[in-house]
Write a protein that binds this ligand. Sequence first.
Ligand code: CO
Length: 214
Amino acid sequence: MRTLKELFANNQAWAARINKQDPQFFLKLSRQQLPQYLWIGCSDSRVPANEIVGLLPGELFVHRNVANLVVHTDLNCLSVMQFAVDILKVRHIILCGHYGCSGVQAALRRDRLGLIDNWLRHVQDVRQKHEQVLVKSGGDAEASNRLCELNVIEQAANICHTSIARDAWERGQELTVHGWIYGLKDGLLRDLNFTVSQFGETQDRYQKALSEIA
Ligand code: CO
């Protein structure tokens, strides 16, 4: 017996709608994907990558995890990045965080939630690194917003330091890394002005983006 019938019904309606607009759409996509963008975002159900930026299937390569982390030893994230950059030749990697991130809030409050505490330890590292900025923020909500922003900049900088990005830049491949944040309350994206198109820019852009937050 088929379960979750409503989801299958939604799927049939969706496929029919797209077919009506472009009868060749699925056939063309089944042959190849040529996305220009890699999106690294939070798993949060309220931050659906394609929808936010109005892109169709085939236009956005996506990796999501709790608190949009780019950990130097995370083979899952690194493999997505390597495939996207080396094989698909995406032009942009967008690291997108969001305000009100439960993972960031848990790290800020040092909540004990189970296994995930070990993953969120990476956000705690960001918190400790920027303790000075966070103590200046006036209250819990503001501290949470600041840490969400700081986490975006740190993770975007982590992308720039991977062998994947550095190798791409060294061989002259066009690649730009962006740090963005999404507002759950208004549905809008904000650019945190961490935009790096070659390795040598990383440190300068990192410092500038941080100074705009502090
Ligand atoms: Co989140």
